[in-house]
Design a protein around this ligand. Sequence first.
Ligand code: EPU
Length: 416
Amino acid sequence: MDKIIVEGGRTLKGEVHISGAKNAALPILISSLLTDGLNTFSNVPQLQDIHSTALLLENLGARVETEDNTVRIDAGGQIQYKAEYDLVRKMRASVLVLGPLVARLGKARVSLPGGCAIGARPINLHLKGLAALGASIELKHGYVEASAGRLKGADIYFDVVTVTGTENLMMAAALAKGTTLLRNAAREPEIVALADTLISMGADIQGAGTSVITINGVSLLKPIEATIIPDRIEAGTFMMAAVLTRGSITVLNAEPDHLGALIDKLRLTGAEIEIDDKTVHVKTKADIKSVDIKTQPYPGFPTDMQAQFMVLMSIANGTSMISETIFENRFIHVSELRRMGADIQVSGDFAIVRGVPNLSAAEVMASDLRASASLILAGLVAEGTTEVNRVYHLDRGYQSLEKKFAALGAAIRRVK
Ligand code: EPU
């Protein structure tokens, strides 16, 4: 298994190009199941999760061709309705095929994703919404079995804001008969990106990016060409690396509008941030000030940047409070950061981080995607050589992270 070795203490400087967003690409690639013909998607990041999505779509009968950052998907032929456990367990987002399959075929059999390291992550709201659209749902032998005639528009309220839940139902409702309202919908940029894609396929969707989305179902969607939006979490990870190493990093091909909460918090830590169209320049010379954060659905502070921000706070001047309100178990990185000398106390859904002057390198273990990124960030500033194990988590969601850090001056390498 690969590991990443980082020698701490280098100041990072230079430019880094941000890849396409994993969490936008996954539903968008899957939305090609709603069309009958060849879709071309560009700026698709080269990641394990994208590879898993391609396998899943091929398994369902689509033709998928990948060439660098372009993925072509033709789901025009015979599509089958089963998504097996083996594919879904590798990537929870596989559950996004449920809505499109029921909408297109009138049936789907999709393995229930289990819990994962960061929480139980039920899909009850996806299922409640599909049932409201007229699907009959049964849970059998670890699978969701859904069947329906043509789905019918419905008024659906989400008890909890759910990103993939909103995406699944938006895709299902796009081909339903009549109007669907999604209330308390997620407002993430990835939702807007999926809605834009569906709209160019011919769907009638209004309000994406607000908490009420209206979808007037149509009977047919056509294939398209689309470009994936930049990855705001990857951009945020590099912005934090600039502050953490007291460096100066220019993040290219970002979407600063999607980074509002992080930009605000980083400025409060003392970072200087300049924005010019799609470029964000981050530098800091002063001590890092402690700042509290609370994760929330967009436009709140993203849970996917909580672990990385915690690293920053672990060497800040003072004490900060980090509240995690999205996932019940997203502090698993804490024990590894403590092994690197961080002073962090967790109590329920918040952590108190007392800044220490230095972290000290250690052999550590990644437990999930964003935790892996946080351990690499910690390694960049720790005294000595950090070894991050189980980096397959990292490969699910960051394209060439260690190469991009090396190009900015980090002493980092992957060992096979
Ligand atoms: N929830 C329910 N019932 C549901 C669905 C969700 O109770 O039916 C709860 C979850 O348990 C959680 C909260 O609602 O407590 C929010 O979960 P959400 O459904 O929004 O998460 P997700 O759609 O499974 C996506 C991203 C995650 C990101 C979260 C939150 C994708 C493929 N994944 O997950 O990304 O953390 O939204 O922003 O878009 C990552 O990239 O590392 C990652 C985990």
